[in-house]
Design a protein around this ligand. Structure first.
Ligand code: SF4
Length: 70
């Protein structure tokens, strides 16, 4: 579709996630902590100007539980 940005969305694998919260520190704009320090992702696609931050959050996850899809 002309002029349409590719949408990229964060996903967390709740089985793999160990609640290190490193992703929350890395990308607080779209990832917050639940009461047990597990990540809660903001709904919807990552705004284009925040995609680099999202990619960084994906890299810091030590168990590869966080992915950027799309
Ligand atoms: S860094 Fe990875 S393991 Fe830690 S809370 Fe985030 S998704 Fe879960």
């Amino acid at each position: 579709m002309p002029g349409r940005h590719q949408e990229r969305t964060l996903r967390v694998d709740p089985i793999k996630c160990e609640g290190h919260a490193l992703c929350i520190e890395a990308f607080p704009e779209m990832i917050t902590a639940d009461p047990w320090n597990y990540p809660v992702l903001a709904p919807g696609p990552v705004p284009p100007h925040l995609v680099r931050h999202a990619e960084h959050a994906v890299k810091v996850c030590p168990v590869l539980a966080l992915r950027l899809v799309g």
